[in-house]
Design a protein around this ligand. Structure first.
Ligand SMILES: O=C(O)C1=C[C@@H](OP(=O)(O)O)[C@@H](O)[C@H](O)C1
Ligand SMILES: C=C(OP(=O)(O)O)C(=O)O
Length: 442
C-alpha cells in the first residue's frame, strides 16, 4: 500500500522540450460540463473531458445525485440531464477529494434542493475556507452547516426557497461567483454578483451555451431563476493551466521548441501568457476555431532571456493557478520579480506562497514572502530536495526547474498531480524532460 503523499519525482538537469503536444482538458470547464449537463434538459455530449481526479470527483458526485452519465471513454461523456429540479438525495456523503471547485460549486447547486447532502473531501480540502460560499448562500436562504472554523464537512439542508441577492464579492473568486450564480438559478428573481477583479467566466459562457440568459458587464453578472438549460455539445479545450508548465519549461531551457495544441485562450485565463511575454518570453499564438463558447489556439514557445517584472495586481486572478510555475520563470529571470495582491495563493491546495518559497530557498533562490505576495531575485538554481506538500501545481512547477538546475531535483509529495494532469510524467518525458516517478512504500 502506498499513501497519497509518498510519490516522488526525480528530475535530472539538461534536456529541453521539443515536440507538438496537446495537454489534457481544462479542469474548470470539465467540472462545469458535468454540473450544467446534469441540470440541463436532454443529452449533453462532452468531448475532451479531463479524466483527472478532481473532475472525476464531480462526476461521481453527480452520479450519486441520480444522474446517468456514460463514460468517460477517451474524454467522451454522455450526460442524461435531469433538469433543474431532477436531482435526487444521495445515499451517503459526497466525497470531493482534493477539489475546491467541486465543493464550492456544489454548495451553490445543492443550496436550493429539497434534500440534504453532506460534502467531504481529503485533508487539504477539509482545511480550505468555505465561509466565502456558505455566507452569501445563507443570505439567499440556504441552510448549510460547517465546522466552527467554516470548513467541511458541510451539511446542506433543504431550504424553504431561495431568494435573490445582490452580492459584492470580497475577493476575486470564480468559485464564489459560480456558487452564487448556480444558487441564483433556483431563486425567484434576479441575482447579481459583482467582482472586485475579473475572474474566469466559464460558468457564464456555458450557461449561455445551454441557452440560459446571463447578463454580464463591467464586473457585474446577473441571472434570473426559474429558466431552463437545454443540453448541447461541449468541446473542452486543453487546459492553459497545464500548458503553463510547458510554456515555462520551453521558455527557460536552451534548445527547446514546443507546440501546444487546442489550448483554451479565454481572456480571463491568459494571464500566464501576458506575464511571461512581459518577462521577455517568445510565445506565438495561432487562434483556432472556438469550441463550446471558449476561444482556443495553438501556442508555440521557444527560449528567450527573461527579466524580472512587477506583476500588475489586476492580472493576478487571470493567472491565479499559474504562479507556482511563474515563480520558476522568475527564478530563471535576470533581476527582481515582485508579486502583490495574491493572498488567495495562501488558501489553495497548499499555502502556495509559503511552499514555493520554502522549495526555492532550498534550491538557493533568494525569496522574501509577504502576506499577499513575494519578491524574488533570479539566479542560478541548485539541485536539491523539495516538498510539494501534496499540491499538484507545486510538484509540476519544481519538475520544470529541473531543466536548468545544476544538479538533480527530488520532489516528494507528488501523488496529487493526477488531480489536474494525469499522464504528466509520461508527456513531459516524451518531449524531453528527464523525469522519473517513484512510489515509496510506507
Ligand atoms: O472556478 C474555478 O474553476 C476555479 C477558480 C479559481 O479558484 P478561486 O475561485 O478560489 O480563485 C482557481 O484557483 C481554481 O483552480 C479553479
Ligand atoms: C486551486 C486549484 O483547484 P481547486 O480550488 O479546485 O482545488 C488548482 O487547480 O490550482
Amino acid at each position: 500500500m502506498t499513501s497519497a503523499s509518498n510519490r516522488q519525482f526525480r528530475v535530472t538537469p539538461g534536456g529541453c522540450l521539443r515536440g507538438d503536444i496537446r495537454v489534457p482538458g481544462d479542469k474548470s470547464i470539465s467540472h462545469r460540463a458535468v454540473m450544467l449537463g446534469a441540470i440541463a434538459e436532454g443529452i449533453t455530449e462532452v468531448r475532451g473531458f479531463l479524466e483527472g481526479d478532481d473532475a472525476m470527483a464531480t462526476l461521481a458526485a453527480m452520479r450519486a445525485l441520480g444522474v446517468a452519465i456514460d463514460g468517460p471513454k477517451q474524454g467522451a461523456l454522455q450526460i442524461d440531464g435531469v433538469g433543474l429540479h431532477g436531482l435526487s438525495a444521495p445515499a451517503g456523503p459526497l466525497d470531493l477529494g482534493n477539489s475546491g471547485t467541486s465543493m464550492r460549486l456544489f454548495c451553490g447547486l445543492l443550496a436550493g434542493q429539497t434534500f440534504t447532502a453532506e460534502l467531504v473531501g481529503d485533508a487539504s480540502l477539509m482545511r480550505r475556507p468555505m465561509r466565502r460560499v456558505t455566507e452569501p448562500l445563507a443570505r439567499m436562504g440556504a441552510v448549510i452547516h460547517a465546522t466552527e472554523a467554516g470548513t467541511a464537512p458541510l451539511s446542506i439542508q433543504p431550504a424553504a426557497g431561495l431568494h435573490t441577492i445582490d452580492y459584492a464579492m470580497p475577493m476575486a473568486s470564480a468559485q464564489v461567483k459560480s456558487a452564487v450564480l448556480l444558487a441564483g438559478l433556483y431563486a425567484r428573481g434576479q441575482t447579481t454578483v459583482t467582482e472586485p477583479g475579473i475572474t474566469r467566466d466559464h460558468t457564464e459562457r456555458m450557461l449561455t451555451a445551454f441557452g440560459y440568459p446571463v447578463e454580464s458587464h463591467g464586473g457585474e453578472v446577473r441571472v434570473s431563476g426559474g429558466g431552463r438549460l437545454t443540453a448541447g455539445p461541449i468541446d473542452v479545450p486543453a487546459d492553459i493551466s497545464s500548458a503553463a508548465f510547458f510554456l515555462v519549461g520551453a521558455a527557460i531551457a536552451a534548445g527547446s521548441s514546443l507546440t501546444l495544441r487546442d489550448v483554451g485562450l479565454n481572456p480571463t485565463r491568459i494571464g500566464v501568457i501576458e506575464i511571461l511575454r512581459r518577462m521577455g518570453a517568445q510565445i506565438d499564438i495561432e487562434p483556432a476555431s472556438s469550441a463550446g463558447g471558449e476561444p482556443v489556439g495553438t501556442l508555440h514557445v521557444t527560449p528567450a532571456p527573461l527579466h524580472g517584472i512587477e506583476i500588475p495586481t489586476d492580472w493576478v486572478p487571470l493567472a491565479i493557478d499559474e504562479f507556482p510555475v511563474l515563480f520558476i520563470a522568475a527564478a530563471c529571470a535576470h533581476g527582481v520579480t515582485t508579486l502583490s495582491g495574491a493572498e488567495e495563493l495562501r488558501v489553495k491546495e497548499s499555502d502556495r506562497l509559503a511552499v514555493m518559497a520554502e522549495g526555492l530557498t532550498a534550491l538557493g533562490v533568494a525569496v522574501e514572502t509577504r502576506a499577499d505576495g513575494l519578491t524574488m531575485t533570479g539566479g542560478p538554481i541548485q539541485g536539491g530536495r523539495v516538498h510539494a506538500h501534496g499540491d499538484h501545481r507545486i510538484a509540476m512547477a519544481f519538475a520544470m526547474a529541473g531543466l536548468v538546475a545544476d544538479g538533480p531535483i527530488e520532489i516528494s509529495g507528488c501523488a496529487e498531480v493526477d488531480t489536474s494532469f494525469p499522464g504528466f510524467v509520461e508527456l513531459a518525458a516524451q518531449v524531453g524532460l528527464r523525469i522519473s516517478a517513484v512510489e515509496q512504500a510506507t
